[in-house]
Design a protein around this ligand. Structure first.
Ligand SMILES: C[S@@+](CC[C@H](N)C(=O)[O-])C[C@H]1O[C@@H](n2cnc3c(N)ncnc32)[C@H](O)[C@@H]1O
Length: 194
């Protein structure tokens, strides 16, 4: 087994993302929820993201199973991948810090949930999803394999397009006009500039 520099970078960034989440995850487990919308579809989407963004890349890096789908990319692709993952890690950390106790890995409202509209949430409604898009794009640039490189975009794309409308509906159900007003001032994954 020989891991190249880009695959090693992917692994390190993945571990850093895990470590960032640990303190939020342990606090999250102590929450009581007043609304829990973790449906079977949600469970499927979470599993798909785990498979597409972690399991398939790990199998690719540590075995030869997907080697038939390798291609040889240019080094600029690797550098772009590093830039995308590093900026993704910044937004991942910042969005966790801004959401604080309101963070949840799925669609849930906790007791005493408050609407966060400060920090990075002042400009974007879904900065954590922006950061995960950056991870998926980085994966495509860093893992030069048609399956392991693109499984992240497919899995997260599925989650993003199916989950975001449900998440915004849940927030509207709870925060009503406050969230509607917030939607008018912010973009989904890019800042609103018009
Ligand atoms: C995985 S987090 C992702 C948050 C957000 N969609 C993002 O991409 O940054 C999903 C949970 O965060 C909470 N949430 C989302 N937006 C929020 C906001 N502006 N203020 C407070 N909680 C929020 C909801 O409880 C939702 O179930």
């Amino acid at each position: 087994m020989k891991i190249n520099i880009w695959e090693m970078t992917f692994l390190v960034c993945m571990v850093v993302s895990f470590v960032i989440r640990i303190p939020y995850d342990s606090k999250y487990r102590k929450n009581t929820f007043t609304d829990n919308r973790k449906t079977n579809l949600e469970k499927f989407l979470l599993a798909a993201v785990g498979i597409g963004m972690m399991l398939i890349p790990l199998i690719y890096i540590f075995s030869r199973v997907f080697d038939f789908a390798n291609y040889s990319g240019e080094s600029w692709m690797g550098f772009l991948g590093v830039g995308a993952f590093l900026s993704g890690i910044y937004f991942f950390a910042k969005s966790h810090a801004d959401l604080g106790l309101n963070w949840s890995p799925t669609l849930q409202i906790r007791e005493k949930h408050s609407l966060v509209t400060v920090g990075v949430y002042k400009y974007i409604r879904h900065p954590m999803y922006s950061s995960i898009w950056l991870w998926a794009i980085a994966q495509a640039f860093l893992l030069q394999n048609w399956i392991a490189g693109f499984s992240g975009i497919v899995a997260f794309g599925l989650m993003y397009f199916l989950r975001v409308p449900q998440e915004e509906k849940m927030m509207l159900d709870h925060f009503g006009e406050e969230y509607r007003g917030y939607m008018k001032q912010t973009g989904r994954v890019f800042p609103r500039i018009w």
